[in-house]
Design a protein around this ligand. Structure first.
Ligand SMILES: [Zn+2]
Ligand SMILES: [Zn+2]
Length: 273
């Protein structure tokens, strides 16, 4: 299993000298297992993934992938209109989201590409695009991969995904606000995972000013990772105003209590073997 980061920033793209090391594109993470591609979220990082895929079978119309969307806030879907493999006839994409949150997923994806917003309708994209509303209990299997999900605490709803393949597992839990007590459903989803990708938008100090905004902190990520016996914690959905330097100071602090903490970074690939 290989995890590749294409967008790690929350809320809005933030290019510039202050964010050059960790990147300014909004959420998009690719998970490769045995030739199967699962894409977590379609933020602006998806454009970069798309460019890379054009050099593979996706450039010739022989590509197939599953896009798992956590929710339809702009920072999680805005890259899709710029995803070049969707303009290649013969490619096929399944776009999935959890039913109770994302029953509006198909509508929202189509609305994003109405003429007021973008010149090409989603229905005019030449690739085969299908939608799949997942239920929390059923999940999804693709080849040797199994995907499970749970609801998160976020305005309008969001969901986390766990991708399992053989002995390896990664959990993608972004856009969630922790509860006073550990979230037992999320804990169950994370148990024994190799990697937990977690919403670390705020520092604990900043969080006090943003209760109810639907985001969490590195400290709560460590609590969850520790309770679930996760091997590595990847801090994700970086705040638009956090510079590289600021985040590295946060990382040093976090590593005192959980040494296997990392900052998710655009262009970073983690190979779990
Ligand atoms: Zn977000
Ligand atoms: Zn959101």
């Amino acid at each position: 299993m290989k995890i590749c980061y294409y967008g790690v920033r929350g809320s809005i793209p933030t290019p510039g000298p202050e964010t050059i090391r960790y990147g300014g594109n909004t959420p998009c993470v690719a998970v490769w297992c045995d030739g199967e591609l699962v894409i977590l979220d379609a933020g602006t990082g998806l454009r970069v993934l798309g460019e890379e895929l054009m050099a593979t079978r996706f450039g010739k119309g022989g590509g197939r992938a599953t896009l798992l969307v956590t929710h339809t806030h702009w920072d999680h879907i805005q890259g899709f209109p710029f995803f070049r493999p969707a303009y290649v006839n013969g490619n096929s994409f399944q776009i999935a989201g959890m039913h109770q949150i994302n029953k509006g997923l198909e509508t929202a994806m189509h609305h994003q590409q109405q003429y007021q917003n973008f010149p090409v309708l989603l229905s005019q994209m030449p690739a085969r695009i299908t939608f799949n509303a997942l239920s929390e209990d059923a999940g999804l299997s693709i080849g040797g991969l199994s995907i499970s999900t749970t609801v998160l605490n976020h305005p309008g709803g969001a969901c986390a995904y766990r991708v399992d393949h053989g002995d390896h597992a990664v959990v993608y839990a972004t856009d969630t606000e922790h509860y006073p007590e550990i979230d037992l459903r999320l804990l169950a989803l994370c148990l024994g995972a190799d990697v937990l990708i977690y919403d670390a938008t705020y520092t604990p100090e900043e969080y006090r000013e943003h209760v109810g905004w639907g985001h969490s902190t590195w400290q709560k990520g460590i609590e969850l990772a520790t309770a679930a016996g996760v091997k590595a914690l990847h801090l994700f959905h970086h705040h638009p105003s956090h510079s590289d330097e600021f985040m590295e100071a946060v990382l040093a602090e976090a590593r005192k209590s959980f040494p296997e903490t990392h900052l998710a970074r655009e262009g970073w690939t983690v190979d779990l073997g």
